[in-house]
Write a protein that binds this ligand. Structure first.
Ligand code: HEC
Ligand code: HEC
Length: 217
């Protein structure tokens, strides 16, 4: 008789930490309306995907919205209430969400956006524009904790970020790498390169032979 409650108690104690570790931070329930329950964003509305982005990158963006080095009417208000510990937990939560694997479009997008992304424009304004792929990886899949994925993000979102760097309303990037890149882009180039990355798979099943992807690694 007396054994049963003890066993139940032991089960609860053993299961406790697992349940706590798996539980999403409570704040993310409110993020889902725009970023999706699976963190995949909303292309039609221009809300970026957060799933699979590096945890330190997400954390840094939330810090930047709160402290005004990245300005957005919606996100500034949301980030203001988040504490440092909450930003860390949210970053870890979204970084761990899986992006479904899908093949790259066949044929791959070509044209000025693809050329800029893969080869840069070295004679541009005499100072040279490095390829986007040299930092963001082949086909924009992202590199490490610093260089976020661009592939599959909404076109208007990508274009808006480049314009925000030109206007200096986003100025949180390490070493001003993106401010320098964006400052050299024309509106036509922004449109073209944003369309290129928006068309690519966020988590490609297989990377096509690089071929033109010079400098990509
Ligand atoms: C009402 C819609 C909305 C809600 C709710 C919302 N977001 Fe956002 N979020 C946006 C928009 C729009 C952007 C793009 C901002 C920009 O252009 O700079 C964004 C951008 C972001 C980014 C930057 C992504 C990147 O790739 O740099 C992060 C991180 C983020 N949101 C996290 C959150 C979190 C965490 C929550 C919940 C606590 C949340 N958002 C709730 C609309 C929303
Ligand atoms: C020298 C390295 C470097 C090069 C070259 C580079 N980027 Fe970036 N890019 C970065 C870094 C670092 C970040 C993250 C900035 C931050 O932490 O706020 C970034 C972020 C971005 C973002 C924001 C992504 C998001 O989710 O909000 C966009 C859009 C972007 N880059 C587009 C481009 C395009 C297009 C090119 C080529 C024309 C390019 N980048 C070339 C380093 C680079």
């Amino acid at each position: 008789m007396a054994r049963r409650p003890r066993r139940i108690l032991a089960t609860i104690i053993l299961a406790g930490p697992c349940i706590a570790a798996a539980a999403p931070p409570p704040q993310v329930a409110s993020c889902a309306a725009c970023h999706g329950a699976n963190g995949l964003g909303n292309a039609a509305a221009g809300f970026p995907a957060l799933a699979g982005l590096p945890a330190p990158y997400i954390e840094q963006q939330l810090y930047s919205f709160k402290h005004g080095t990245r300005v957005n009417a919606i996100m500034t208000g949301i980030a203001t209430s988040l504490t440092s510990a909450q930003r860390t937990a949210i970053g870890q939560y979204y970084a761990a969400l899986k992006v479904p694997a899908a093949p790259e479009p066949n044929p791959l997008p070509t044209g000025p956006g693809a050329t800029l992304a893969l080869n840069g424009a070295w004679n541009h304004q005499l100072t040279g524009l490095p390829s986007c792929a040299s930092c963001h990886g082949p086909y924009g899949i992202g590199v490490g904790a610093q260089f976020p994925r661009l592939a599959g993000q909404p076109k208007q979102y990508l274009a808006a970020q480049l314009t925000d760097w030109q206007k200096h309303s986003r100025k949180n990037d390490p070493l001003h790498l993106m401010r320098n890149v964006a400052g050299k882009l024309s509106n036509t180039q922004i449109e073209a390169v944003a369309a290129y990355y928006a068309a690519l798979a966020a988590n490609p099943t297989a990377l096509p032979e690089p071929g033109a992807a010079k400098g990509a690694k």
